[in-house]
Structures are given as structure tokens and as C-alpha cells.
Design a protein around this ligand. Structure first.
Ligand code: NAD
Length: 451
């Protein structure tokens, strides 16, 4: 049995400031979501350490990093990608230990994408042009106005736990590619790959102070110290909508630009003319992958009436086919939720759905293993039908392996239900009708819509 989760070695995760690992007297424990064992001791950055990290980032901006020719920066980004790949197994073990996600998922998604993000932005930044505008002037001679792209400065990167390396680097790589310096605050639940990345940065030749890591929590901890810091020029954040709102308030006094990727309560619309098997497989994957802890995952499924019953039955079968094994077992297709705390939240929605009158199609509880996984944070994949659109289960982001399935009669009705949300992240449309696919996708009030 390959558990790849129990913490045979408890790792120490220190802050990384100005090219050095820095210990703190304040520490917290990171527990395994697989079996509740201790995975890491994390050194929480205090206000002074955040100050040091910001000041190191400012100095680096004015130093060699700021003067580095673009081609050298691009080469460094590629070296970082290669460095992650060279230490693939270390990153994989660290990500799996923190999150409990299946090795099969992390090895295909999290770690390769973490490396690829650096290559993608190395390529993109090479082709960034300047913009110029020819303007008429009263004297008739005309003028050329042009815009130059310059680094913003010291950028605070605050990332979540669901795809730790992937989402950290998705923010980090473009910021570095554009010549900024970074103070990164990874989630307290997933401190490890951000810390390993510091070693890769060092080996790749990234100058001290360009990438700093501070560990800790949000309010009254490293996250808030960073957002409120007058020396930080901008914040890029991925996480919950409520946290985004708190960050907006925190940056107001120092008027920082912010870039957000927030929560979702996404809809999938399935028409009777879809490729049925592809739609079932696609929706199952979208709902349950990463134990439903994906911002783009659909927690609301709308199915055209003629295929509703058949679709619910097929999705139920898929849900019941997930294997909640140990992360290292190749048969495992679903891991635990990230923590006991998050499990409490998800289970409270499982309970709420019942109270709101849902029919539980499958799941709705906690699996029993008869081994150490009973001390982990697993929940059953869950499907509901029969809830009114106004119920909280249908309105609020749960962020677990669950979805509510409702029938619809007409295209306009499905569009209206899908759009009746305070979120607007993503949607999916399943149809083989070309113009309907385009029409419905365009009617979705979201950032991204797949057909
Ligand atoms: P979260 O908002 O609780 O935490 C995200 C990060 O913010 C963590 O590093 C946390 O420590 C920090 N933080 C919390 N409070 C803070 C504060 N007051 N000031 C500064 N930093 C603070 O989110 P999470 O639970 O880690 O992640 C799950 C959420 O993220 C879900 O809502 C999910 O939809 C969303 N998400 C969105 C995307 C996207 O691209 N839109 C991607 C992944 C996750």
C-alpha cells in the first residue's frame, strides 16, 4: 500500500526572505487531510518579517532584476520551469501530502501546469509590444503617442489551497515575466510547494528578493499584513469572494490595484440533443474532480426534460464509481476535502439540503473505511434533485463533490436559471446544435463558457 500521505517525515516550512529561509518563533501545524497525521510545521511570518520581505522585494526591483535584459529574464523563467520538472517527485510528494489529492491527478495537472505556467508567460512576454496612436493636432503636424509596459513594482500574490502550485504560479509567472518582484502568501493549508519553489528559484539563479514567501493566515496575520502594506504596489488574489471583498477594503487606504479570481456557483446546461455519454462523463469529471474543490466546477446542473431521468441515473452511476483510496493508489479517483474545517462546511450543506427538502440521489454523508482514513476529511460524492432555485444549497458555493440537478423545458428557462446567481465565473453548455451552442454560451453572464 502506498499511502503517500502519512507524514513519516514532518517537514518544516520556513519563510523565504531575501534569498534566505527564515524561521519564526510562531509556528502552526499542517495536518494531513488523508488521515489527520501531522504533515508539516509551518513558520508563521510576523509583521516584521512581512516588512523585511517587502523591503527585499523593493531592493531587488532597483537592483539586478530591474536592470536585467528581457531575454535573460525569459531564460530564468524557463530555468524555473525546468527546475520544477527536475524535482517533479519532490513537488508531487509535497502537494499530495498537503492536499491528499490523488497522485494520478497531481502528477497530470498540478505539477506539470505549475511548470508550464512559467514557459507560457516566458513566451507571452517576448511578444508583448508597445502600443502607439497617431493623433491629429490643431497645427496639422500630428503626434505619435505611445504606451510602454513597465513593471508595477512589488506585487503581493495571495493564493488558495485547491490547486496550490498551479494557481500560485498562474499569478506569479506573469508578474515575474513582466519584471515585478514578489511577496507570495500561499494558503495556510498548503505551504509546501511555494516553499520548494524558493529552492528552485535559488538554483535557477533568480536574484535574492525577487521571490519571497511569507507563511500564515489571512486576518491579523501575513495575508492582511501584506494587503495593508504601504510598500506593496499591487495585489493579485485567488480565493473566496468574501475574502476578495475583505481585501478590497484592506487595500483602499493605500489605493493599490488588485486583480481577483474569486468563487463560483457554476451552471452546466445539458440539452436533449447532446452527445449523452460525453455529457455525462464531462459533467461527472467537472463536478467531482479534485473532490469538487475547483472554482470552475458546476454545482448546478440543468437538464432538458426528455433526458432528465436518464441523465440523473447515469450521473449517479458515475458518482458511485469514484474510488476514495489512498492518494498513491492508482485506482484512487477521489481524495479527501482539504481539512476537517472545510469538511464541516460541506457537511453542513449536506444537512441543509435535506432540511430544504432535497431528494438525495446518492451520497450525502461520510464514507467509512475501517482504517486511518476515518481520521481524514473524506465525504461522499453527492447529488440532489428537487430543490427550489431559491434554496441556499442551490445559491451558495459549497466547494465540495456535489451538485443539484434540475429539469428544464425551454432554452430561455435554462438560461434564466443559470444566470440567476451572484457569481459569474463559468458555465458549460452540452448540445450538438451549433447555433444553439453559440447562442446559449453567449447568453451566459460569466467569464468563461464552454460548449
Ligand atoms: P480563501 O479566500 O479562504 O483563502 C485564499 C487565500 O487568502 C489564503 O492564502 C488565505 O490565507 C488568504 N486570506 C484569507 N483571508 C485573508 C485576508 N483577510 N487578507 C488577506 N489574505 C487572506 O480561499 P480558499 O478557501 O483558500 O480557496 C477556496 C476559494 O477560492 C473558493 O471560493 C474558490 O471558488 C476560490 N477559487 C477561485 C479560483 C478562480 O480562479 N476564480 C480558483 C481557485 C479557487
Amino acid at each position: 500500500m502506498n499511502t503517500l500521505s502519512t507524514a513519516a517525515q514532518v517537514q518544516e516550512r520556513k519563510n523565504y526572505i531575501d534569498g534566505r529561509f527564515v524561521a519564526s518563533t510562531r509556528q502552526f501545524k499542517k495536518m494531513s487531510p488523508v488521515d489527520g497525521s501531522e504533515v508539516a510545521i509551518v513558520h508563521e511570518a510576523d509583521r516584521g518579517m512581512v516588512d523585511q520581505a517587502v523591503s527585499a522585494a523593493r531592493t531587488a526591483l532597483k537592483g539586478p532584476w530591474g536592470r536585467m535584459p528581457l531575454q535573460e529574464r525569459v531564460d530564468l523563467l524557463r530555468n524555473i520551469a525546468a527546475g520544477i520538472e527536475r524535482r517533479f517527485d519532490d513537488f508531487l510528494a509535497a502537494e499530495v501530502a498537503d492536499t491528499g489529492k490523488p497522485v494520478s491527478l497531481a502528477s497530470h495537472l498540478d505539477i506539470p501546469r505549475g511548470a508550464a505556467n512559467f514557459r507560457v508567460f516566458a513566451d507571452i512576454v517576448r511578444t508583448y509590444g508597445t502600443e502607439s496612436y497617431l493623433l491629429d493636432t490643431p497645427d496639422g503636424k500630428g503626434a505619435v503617442n505611445y504606451a510602454l509596459r513597465k513593471p508595477l513594482g512589488v506585487v503581493g500574490v495571495i493564493s488558495p489551497w485547491n490547486l496550490p502550485l498551479l494557481l500560485l504560479t498562474w499569478k506569479l509567472a506573469p508578474a515575474l515575466a513582466c519584471g515585478n518582484t514578489i511577496v507570495a502568501k500561499p494558503s495556510e493549508e498548503t505551504p509546501s510547494t511555494a516553499t520548494l519553489l524558493a529552492e528552485v528559484m535559488h538554483d535557477a539563479g533568480v536574484p535574492p528578493g525577487v521571490y519571497n514567501v511569507i507563511h500564515g493566515f489571512g486576518p491579523d496575520s501575513a495575508g492582511e499584513f501584506l494587503t495593508m502594506h504601504p510598500g506593496v504596489d499591487g495585489i493579485t488574489f485567488t480565493g473566496e469572494t468574501a475574502t476578495g471583498s475583505a481585501i478590497m477594503r484592506a487595500v483602499a487606504p493605500t489605493v493599490k490595484p488588485i486583480s481577483f479570481e474569486l468563487g463560483g456557483k457554476n451552471a452546466g446546461i445539458v440539452f436533449a440533443d447532446c452527445d449523452f455519454d460525453a455529457a455525462v462523463a464531462g459533467m461527472a469529471n467537472a463536478i467531482f474532480s479534485n473532490c469538487g474543490q475547483v472554482c470552475l466546477a458546476p454545482e448546478r446542473v440543468y437538464v432538458e426534460r426528455p433526458i432528465f431521468e436518464r441523465f440523473v441515473a447515469a450521473l449517479k452511476q458515475k458518482a458511485e464509481g469514484y474510488v476514495m483510496g489512498w492518494p498513491g493508489d492508482s485506482k484512487t479517483s477521489m481524495g479527501p476535502l482539504i481539512s476537517k474545517l472545510h469538511r464541516e462546511k460541506v457537511l453542513s450543506y449536506y444537512e441543509l439540503a435535506r432540511k430544504e427538502g432535497a431528494t438525495v440521489v446518492t451520497g450525502g454523508g461520510v464514507p467509512k473505511f475501517g482504517d486511518a482514513r476515518d481520521s481524514g476529511s473524506y465525504v461522499q460524492p453527492t447529488l440532489w434533485t428537487g430543490l427550489p432555485e431559491t434554496s441556499r444549497t442551490v445559491k451558495e458555493e459549497i466547494f465540495g463533490p456535489c451538485a443539484h440537478i434540475a429539469p428544464f423545458e425551454k432554452e430561455e428557462e435554462a438560461i434564466a436559471m443559470a444566470n440567476d446567481t451572484r457569481y459569474g465565473l463559468a458555465s458549460t453548455v452540452w448540445t450538438t446544435h451549433l447555433s444553439r451552442g453559440h447562442r446559449v454560451a453567449q447568453a451566459m453572464e460569466v467569464g468563461i463558457s464552454w460548449v
